[in-house]
Design a protein around this ligand. Structure first.
Ligand SMILES: Cc1ncc(COP(=O)(O)O)c(C=O)c1O
Length: 392
């Protein structure tokens, strides 16, 4: 008499059968289908959580799996893509006026979450090797490590970064820098938000070890997603972090989405179970190989058409090239007016900057969807647009 669950008698789906692109067919276990039709656990289907936890153990060997303090032990929640976990974590940890350390340029989605929260963003500079520890150190020099123990202190509590295939920069945070950054975060007791959707799209092996793999303190909130390698529409990601913090996110999930779609979870789990961890990692390798070839085609087109007009750094992973147009003061009008007229589109760099009203010489080009021929045409058009602009 207590439960407010609807009567499943009237739920129409009984069986789900999946046909994969290689022609193979997978039936979702009927008991999973039945459970997927009803409300289920807020943190996710236990079978999927276990599969993901075993993957995290295999790939990252998180020290927090062994830690004795229960609050710091590794816990996992299945989220609606990684964006959902990032949003809930920032909402949980950031109040108006708080200082937060954010990689710049950064993923526009993070800025869109942060801006209404009205924090003071401390921009952490980055280069081809990711965020620069010295830049974090400079920001932190205003405080003493002991300030982190004073709840009234304005010391930053959060660092957000995209360590692989940076969106928009394509850069990769090196292991050396990660170690220095982790140490700084230990000294000043800062939580690291490791927003890593392109982890499996690294172009060289072995993978650079993650912050999660060095987390002896339970200070890393790691955001993974199946978006880039399985399906973006299924909206399945996972947040791995210390239990005390993950529990807060679970509470938020309970009062917001309740849980990620059961249908997506069981469909994904059925495929992952069939693949096993090894099959999943092999699939990721195939995806990374594809993007690497796309990157090469994109850079070949850039070399052909944009030499002398643009500067860029070879992306180490992911799906973006970050181009600087040194002779153009601001790419915004160039793209939204001139490029659009010529039927080619990029994202103006200001979308990834903390103050988007400041003129920006950069633009982001994605190579995920476009053929080599079209990339060639696109950069040919961009080159013509830049040259026209320079004549004026
Ligand atoms: C850096 C970064 N984080 C998070 C996301 C969100 O991904 P999803 O919510 O689809 O997992 C994206 C998507 O483009 C991204 O580039």
């Amino acid at each position: 008499m207590a439960g407010a669950w609807p009567n499943p008698e009237f739920f129409l789906i009984k069986d789900i059968s999946l046909t994969l692109k290689d022609g193979s067919k997978l039936d979702v276990d009927r008991s999973l289908v039945t459970r997927a039709m009803q409300y289920s656990s807020t943190s996710g289907f236990p079978e999927l959580i276990k599969w993901v936890k075993d993957l995290q153990e295999k790939v990252h060997k998180p020290p927090t799996l062994e830690i004795t303090d229960e609050n710091k032990q590794l816990d996992i929640i299945i989220t609606n893509g990684s964006q959902d976990g990032i949003c809930k974590t920032l909402e949980a940890c950031v109040s108006a006026g708080d200082n937060v350390l954010i990689e710049v340029p950064t993923y526009a989605g993070t800025l869109a979450i942060l801006n209404p929260l009205k924090p003071k963003i401390l921009p952490v500079e980055s280069d081809k090797d990711g965020i620069i520890p010295g830049s974090i150190r400079r920001h932190l020099s205003k405080w003493n490590p002991e300030d982190s123990q004073n709840p009234k202190s304005s010391i930053p509590k959060i660092l957000h970064c995209v360590p692989n295939g940076g969106n928009p920069t394509g850069s990769q945070l090196t292991w050396e820098r990660k170690k220095a950054i982790y140490k700084l975060c230990q000294d000043y007791d800062i939580i690291i938000m490791e927003d890593d959707p392109y982890f499996y799209l690294q172009f060289s092996k072995p993978y650079v070890p993650s912050f999660l793999s060095m987390d002896v303190d339970g200070r890393v909130m790691r955001f993974d997603t199946f978006t880039k390698v399985m399906s973006s529409g299924m909206r399945i990601g996972c947040l791995s972090g210390p239990r005390a913090l993950v529990n807060k996110i679970i509470q938020h999930q309970q009062v917001s989405a309740v849980h990620s779609s059961g249908l997506s979870q069981v469909a994904l789990f059925t495929i992952l179970q069939e693949m096993g961890h090894t099959g999943f990692l092999q699939h990721c390798d195939k995806v990374a190989d594809f993007y690497k070839r796309q990157r090469d085609a994109c850079l070949a087109a850039a070399n052909k058409h944009l030499s002398g007009l643009a500067e860029w750094v070879e992306p180490s992973g992911g799906m973006f090239v970050w181009l600087k147009l040194p002779q153009i003061k601001d790419t915004y009008k160039l793209i939204w007016e001139k490029a659009r007229e010529k039927e080619v589109l990029f994202v103006p760099g200001n979308a990834f900057m903390i103050d988007s009203s400041v003129p920006c010489q950069y633009l982001r080009s994605a190579y995920s969807l476009v053929s080599a021929e079209d990339m060639d045409k696109a950069f040919e058009r961009l080159s013509a647009i830049i040259k026209e602009e320079l004549k004026q």
